[in-house]
Design a protein around this ligand. Sequence first.
Ligand code: FE2
Length: 388
Amino acid sequence: MEAFRVRVPTVVFGLGKRRELPSLLAGTGTRAFFALDPYLEKSGVGRETASLLKEAGIDVVVYSSIEPDPDCFGVDEAAETARRESCDMVIAAGGGSAIDFGKAVAILAKNPGTCWSYTRRRDQTPNTPGPGTLPVIALPSTAGTGSEMTHYAVFTNPKLREKSTIVHDRIVPRIAVIDPELTFSCPPRLTAFTGVDALAHAIESYVNINASPFSKMAAIESIRLCARFLPTAVTNGENREAREMMAWASALAGIAIAHANPTLPHAIGQAAGGYVHMPHGASVACCLVEIMRISRHSDLEGFAEIACALDPSVRSLPLHERADASPSLAAGLLNDIGVDVKFSQFGLSEKDIEKAADIALTGYFTGISLHPKQVDKTEIMRIIRACL
Ligand SMILES: [Fe+2]
């Protein structure tokens, strides 16, 4: 077995566990920058959490001006608030956007430079977050991004119409408080798109050429849980078991990508999604099946196992047939939850294909190189065209 390293936050999982936040934070700090999803602010969860913290003697600076797919310049402004208020920790509650936002504020509160200057791209050497980076405590309210488990944070640069990712161990949350109750009111369409994001994380990391036994274990269990529980979570958001299992599936997929990056579907999806601004999960849903179809013979064993996780009844088929079944099984799941989508539905057109391919190769070169099937610009353009 090859050597590998495991790096995960402390995980506190369970219904209502967010109410234990004050005791979990004992000794962490006294003044929190609270990156709060506007949706949680409206629902009252933000107010409830802030008052619990205040009762425990922790001052809270609430910041809820957080857009989906956060703008890197908005993070720069928020970081000024964190510096001015002398915050000594970041609590980030919401979807992946709020958690990623909080991670970058944790860096910029104590380090020079802009949010974008910390992103990993082929055209720049990223700044490195220093040891003063604030501790992050993450509370996810969607089941999909897995940001509560990772050292990634994704930002949009509206001037460039591109997305890029900060990648650093110092933004791994210190504690991930995964309270599935926070996902109960997530609307069906968002549940579907975020669920596909988790599924894609798990599939991509399972076949990543750097996958370890640890990341594969997390990934395959996540795929199994997504196949079994995502349709119910979408159609019946009140189903407690489906919500709990999807919250766990998302965390497992987050663990998987934290140890073996996402690969080609995220590289192409995020490049296209940043260019025309579409929901992150939708951008990945557009190309996941096509990329599985063209890649399945580059890792027969991997795609065969993915097929079995999606549908245990294919276990008895020969290896090739199992691998061949994996794209159509994934397509069936996407169809079941109503997200068999195309890039053109979100505004991408033929004239944008070459630019999106260039962005993928600039901002997502790592993910592309770790995919089991190696692709060049021509092939990336063909994939985007096929998914248009
Ligand atoms: Fe993702």
